[in-house]
Design a protein around this ligand. Structure first.
Ligand code: AMP
Ligand code: TRP
Length: 325
């Protein structure tokens, strides 16, 4: 069984990405799995090439530092020679209306922050590239957040359609979504999920933030004036978010961790220390890897070669069945 998932370097990694995705991949990962940095996705909206290159390396280093088996990690663009042709084949299997229905496209193309800049065709076709990521590797399971489940569904549809029309080439994948409680929210506004591309990062705990900065951000977290130490997500969303983060760091439920505190200040101190301790080894290892570009390049090349090797046979079959090789 192969699991595959990707994470986009659209901004620095935050504690939500770590607790909700990366730590899970590191803990549950199997040597047959694949985890990658989807740098091509970051090109679908305006971006800076140098920043993208840097963030891609940083994210690759974080995945490895978090303990994901280095052989199973790769960078999406290292597979461009295979993903390019496969995306084209799948675009020719995808109806315009199917792509137009994607909620993320509708939301992002309407995003006011990009007003004035044209919506890129790549933003529209990206879900087909994502299908190529998944289908090239013959992934069985794709762990993603709810927002990506629709894209995995499209990959299923395209795999079935190709198999039915031209011949069996693809494994039909399925999405696996983590429990809803894994949604970490912004510390400054608990109605928003913690987001790496948020314009204001005061409430976003980045994986590479210095301990002092993490402490300050947690101290400033918005709570309420009820002075009730209970886990009540609807009535006290800010406090509930802190308890969820603390619980995730300690592998306990938010209800378990709330017992024993007598003030919000104490909760914040405990959250800050738990997050700092959780992130410390990852931050240190990431900085070491980034300081040794030769080693990082070597690891990147090994992962890229493994993923390329896995995909090449399937791509050959697909092109032959499609009548173009
Ligand atoms: P994104 O930052 O949207 O590229 O998400 C990358 C991965 O991190 C996905 O698997 C998401 O489910 C996970 N993720 C993103 N934001 C959060 C959050 N606030 N809480 C928990 N998981 C998150
Ligand atoms: N689009 C995904 C995101 O933004 C990242 C991604 C790209 C992905 N390709 C993938 C996830 C393939 C799972 C499988 O989060």
């Amino acid at each position: 069984m192969t699991r595959l998932s990707g994470i986009t370097p659209s901004g620095p990694v935050h504690v939500g990405n770590y607790l909700g995705a990366i730590r899970r991949w590191a803990r549950e990962g199997d040597p047959a799995d694949l985890y990658f940095v989807s740098d091509l996705h970051a090109m679908t909206t305006p971006y800076h090439p140098q920043k993208l290159r840097g963030r891609t390396r940083e994210l690759l280093a974080i995945l490895i530092a978090a303990g994901i088996e280095p052989d199973t990690v790769f960078v999406q663009s290292d597979l461009l020679p295979q993903l390019g042709p496969l995306t084209w084949v799948l675009e020719c299997a995808c109806a315009f209306g199917e792509a137009a229905r994607m909620t993320q496209f509708k939301e992002k193309s309407a995003d006011r922050s990009h007003e004035g800049t044209p919506v890129r065709v790549g933003l529209f076709t990206y879900p087909v590239l994502m299908a190529a990521d998944i289908l090239l590797q013959g992934a069985d399971e794709v762990p993603v957040g709810d927002d990506q489940a629709q894209h995995v569904e499209l990959a299923r549809v395209l795999a079935r359609r190709f198999n039915g029309t031209y011949g069996e080439a693809f494994v039909v994948p399925r999405a696996v979504t983590p429990p809803a409680a894994a949604r970490v929210r912004d510390l400054a506004d608990a109605t928003r999920k913690m987001d790496k591309s948020a314009s204001d990062s005061a409430g976003v705990l980045f994986a590479l933030d210095e301990p002092d900065l993490l402490r300050r951000k947690v101290k400033r977290a918005v709570t309420d004036s009820l002075a009730r130490l209970e886990y009540r997500p609807d009535e006290q969303p800010g406090l509930a978010n802190l308890l969820e983060i603390l619980g995730a760091c300690l592998d306990k439920s938010p209800r378990e961790v709330v017992a024993g505190f007598s003030s919000y200040g104490e909760v914040k101190d405990a959250v800050a220390e738990a997050v700092i301790e959780e992130l410390r080894p990852i931050r240190e290892r990431t900085l070491e890897l980034l300081a040794d570009p030769t080693e990082l390049d070597r690891i990147r090349a090994v992962g890229g070669a493994r993923a390329t090797g896995r995909g090449s046979h399937r791509l050959t079959t697909v092109l032959r069945l499609a009548g173009v090789a």
